[in-house]
Design a protein. Structure first.
Length: 235
């Protein structure tokens, strides 16, 4: 038997370039509300958004509340307090799910792995946005299953998220599972919490600032083949 038979893929900023989609969605929504988003506006929002998602991961804030609050905070910082944060969030969720950009030919990669390994998508994103994006990108047809934290009831990196996912994977074996993702705090910590092997997708070559245990590290998604080749030593 091989070393791995199941791959858990993170979606945003792993299989898909979330930053490009974010840039598009913010600019589109500002135009729809009669404004123009500058590079600075996009950068401010991106930092605010990342901060809120870190708080969601830590259980410090409710996701539904955070999704609107991030725009309240953005509008306050850029002097647009009169803008409707809740209405903006609704438009943004739809716009964000309407575009996708593959990273490292990720669609062809998952297509080539299909049938050789079981592949599941694990994401902390908003259900509506993620499902729309995964349908348009075609990943919903390549994956053996899709697990969204909003539906599971708890986000990555919590062990409970993974345990619920594992319970829905037929014949799941923890020792044969590998999670691949870009986030140290969500994906790699989550893999450690769940007791499965981890592969950090790190194209920018960042330092492991959180000192989290990582089993493998790749800079291009196609390097996953090198990781999977380890199975030869397990035959």
């Amino acid at each position: 038997m091989g070393r791995f038979d199941t791959i858990l893929w993170d979606v945003d900023q792993t299989l898909l370039d979330f930053k490009k989609s974010e840039d598009y969605a913010i600019r589109y929504c500002f135009r729809k509300f009669g404004r123009e988003a500058t590079e600075e506006t996009v950068a401010i929002y991106s930092a605010i958004n990342e901060g809120f998602w870190k708080r969601i991961e830590k259980g410090e804030i409710n996701k539904k509340e955070a999704l609107v609050q991030r725009f309240y905070q953005l509008f306050q910082q850029i002097g647009e307090e009169e803008m409707d944060a809740a209405a903006f969030q609704a438009e943004y969720a739809d716009a964000l799910g309407s575009v996708y950009y593959y990273q490292d030919d990720s669609y062809e990669l998952l297509k080539s792995l299909r049938g050789k390994y079981r592949q599941y998508l694990v994401t902390n994103g908003v259900t509506y946005t993620q499902m729309k994006k995964l349908r348009l990108s075609g990943f919903d047809q390549l994956a053996d299953g899709i697990f969204v934290s909003e539906q599971i009831g708890v986000p990555k990196p919590y062990k409970e998220f993974f345990e619920k996912c594992f319970s829905m994977i037929p014949g799941f074996c923890r020792e044969k599972a590998l999670i691949v993702g870009d986030s140290l705090s969500s994906d790699m910590q989550g893999g450690n919490n769940a007791g499965i092997a981890t592969c950090w997708y790190n194209p920018a070559g960042f330092e492991n600032s959180l000192d989290i245990k990582i089993d493998y590290e790749i800079k291009n998604l196609n390097e996953i083949w090198d990781v999977l080749q380890e199975e030869k030593r397990w035959n």
